[in-house]
Design a binder for this molecule. Sequence first.
Ligand SMILES: [Zn+2]
Length: 121
Amino acid sequence: MSKQYQGSCHCGAVTFSLSTNLDSAVRCNCSLCQRKGIVMVTAEDDSFRLLQGEQDLTLYKWNTKVANHYFCKHCGIYTFHNPRTAPELTRVNAGCLDGIDPLALDVSVVNGAGLSSEKQP
Ligand SMILES: [Zn+2]
């Protein structure tokens, strides 16, 4: 069941809202997610709204340069991204959501490493 959530980076410069179903919680084994170690949820349809902090976000692109990975340039927290396999979607750091304990979610693992042509060093 989907609910509305608000989220923020650690320093509070970046805030956003979305509707999501916590059943969408995943971890990913690609080389970037492996380093971040985060649990992500997917925003429903076009429910994602950046409320504040557009100028506080930094964009990281790598490999095919299709996905957009946004993080706060002050506190360094990854907030959300548009995945390469579905750039119209927004995936969000579940740990940024108010009232959500990402470690308590039932989390599956997506095989991002298997989707990628990346070569690990
Ligand atoms: Zn911040």
